[in-house]
Write a protein that binds this ligand. Sequence first.
Ligand code: FES
Length: 247
Amino acid sequence: MQDATPQDGEHGQALSVQVWRSETGAFQSFTVPHQPSQTVLDVVTWIQRNQDPTLTYRFACRVGMCGSCAMTVNGAPRWTCRTHVGRVAADGNLRIGPLRNMAVIRDLAVDMADFFDKWVRAGAVFEPSETREDPMAAIQPDQPARRTADDAIECINCGICYAACDQVAADGDYLGPAALNRAWTLVNDTRDGGQSERLSAVTGPGGCQGCHSMANCARFCPNELSPTASIAGLKRAGIRAAFRRRK
Ligand code: FES
């Protein structure tokens, strides 16, 4: 273990940081230099490089594209590479833990297997209705279905909405906001051929009816998407399909 002495950064006082350690099942305290424009991911990286190389966490792009760096920061799920310390810890105190609603692999890294399995269960996978030999489908940018899909398309699979969702916490079978949001984009994809199976999946057990519209997903989504609105769309689509079946 390296022994670095925390210096006050150019930005002033050192930060008091608590980080979840899975080995002890408790938060461990660190003192970290405060730097200008410092992100929470910078803080975690500084600790790993200067205080404890065994600290485990996950990141890749550092620019808000890959979605792998999400953690719980001072009680809220956040993408740490785009979260500046000054915005969440004005008093210089940070408490960093793993995302809620997922099993912890080690320290700040969570197991996302259930999260992605639920995408498959929700039919959140494109099912082509044509072959590669067919002419390319022409989808106009102002087509209403495309605009609806576009509103929900910029999900980066970070798991923040899933961690924020109280319904996921209460019901481990619930598919969750990310999978349902993705399913909604495909319900509105006119090229997709798997609509009836998808609608059965998202309106069945663990599906969209479990959402209580508390909107924590929309509140914390770093890309400002609204899975709540997407899930409401699925509920409407499910009701329309049920009426069609009765005719
Ligand atoms: Fe890729 Fe943060 S490291 S989104």
